[in-house]
Structures are given as structure tokens and as C-alpha cells.
Design a binder for this molecule. Structure first.
Ligand SMILES: [Zn+2]
Ligand SMILES: [Zn+2]
Length: 176
């Protein structure tokens, strides 16, 4: 969205609220999900531009719904990713370095929010999605989903503690 913040710059409004959506599905969307992820709804954006004695700031929250697969157990998952996005706002020509990531630049009273927001959204989107934090994943031998219970594959044998002591003594003997 390109937001007209002329009234803020002129001092006629102390803040400007905004709320809009960015298409995340159409053919010409810039919002390309990571592999194995699909975005299922537009990005919902809600925020505010404020002016504090000439220091302007942009603060917004963006939400996007997704479907994907758990990186460990491969089960289908869905969720909403939320990004908090905060930038200082400067009018064009007032900064020495306009590529500074802390700023978004206003041109002729218009603030272009989307470009950097979309970059950030894709950058911050989790590289690994899990069905739950403690997902047990799949058995590396039989492929069973261990969240639904143990499989029958042989587990590492526990050594009898009494034998372990004996074994240690034997090892010590060898080094003497
Ligand atoms: Zn999982
Ligand atoms: Zn198994």
C-alpha cells in the first residue's frame, strides 16, 4: 500500500491509522512462500504512522495464514505467522544514506509500505515449521510417526548397572 501521510507531515494529524490486505496468491504476487509452504489467505496488515516532534515512525503487524508439513514427522500443519514491523520514517532527501534499513522513505507525501514489509515477512518466516515443539518425528528405521506411540524396532540395550561396574573394573585393570 502507498499511504498518503501529507496531513501528518503538515502537522494536521498526529497519527494515521491504516489497515489493508496484500494479495499473496494471485499470479503476480511478490509473496512467494518457501518450498513446502502455501499461503492460504491475503497478508493482513494493520498499523499506524506517528509523528513525535518531527520524528515520524511506522509501526505495524502483518499476519499470514499458511499450510505446510511438519519438518520432523511430515504431518500436515496449518497456522498463522505474525510479523511485527517497525521503522523510522524520513522524507526523501533528508537522510545521507537512504538505503538504511531502519528507515522507510516518504516521497512527495507518500509512504510505500509494501516493498520492505514483504521482504521482511519472507526473511523472518520460519525456515522449519513443526507440528509442535516436542514433536518426536519419525522412526529412522521403520518410518512410524512416534507421536502416535513407540514402534517395535529394537532399542539400544540398557547395560545392567552391576555389569557396568564390572566392566569398568576390567577396563581399569587393563590400564594398570
Ligand atoms: Zn511433527
Ligand atoms: Zn521403528
Amino acid at each position: 500500500m502507498v499511504l498518503d501521510i501529507t496531513s501528518l507531515i503538515n502537522g494536521k494529524a498526529p497519527k494515521i491509522d491504516f489497515e489493508y490486505e496484500i494479495d499473496a496468491q494471485g499470479e503476480d504476487t511478490d509473496i512467494l512462500p518457501p518450498s513446502d509452504v502455501s499461503f492460504t489467505a491475503p497478508v493482513r496488515v494493520k498499523g499506524i504512522v506517528t509523528d513525535n516532534a518531527g520524528y515520524m515512525a511506522l509501526s505495524l503487524t502483518a499476519e499470514i495464514d499458511y499450510i505446510s508439513r511438519c519438518a520432523r514427522c511430515l504431518e500436515d500443519i496449518s497456522g498463522t505467522f505474525t510479523l511485527k514491523f517497525n521503522r523510522k520514517v524520513a522524507t526523501k532527501g533528508t537522510l545521507q544514506d537512504e538505503d538504511n534499513d531502519e528507515y522507510v522513505i516518504v516521497k512527495n507525501g507518500f509512504l510505500d509500505i509494501d516493498r520492505e514489509l514483504v521482504d521482511d515477512l519472507l526473511l523472518e518466516f520460519p525456515a522449519k515449521l513443526l507440528c509442535k515443539e516436542e514433536c518426536k518425528g519419525l522412526c529412522s528405521k521403520c518410518g512410524k510417526n512416534l507421536n502416535f506411540g513407540e514402534c517395535d524396532c529394537p532399542k539400544k540395550k540398557e547395560i545392567d548397572p552391576r555389569l557396568a561396574i564390572l566392566q569398568k573394573l576390567l577396563e581399569n585393570d587393563e590400564t594398570m
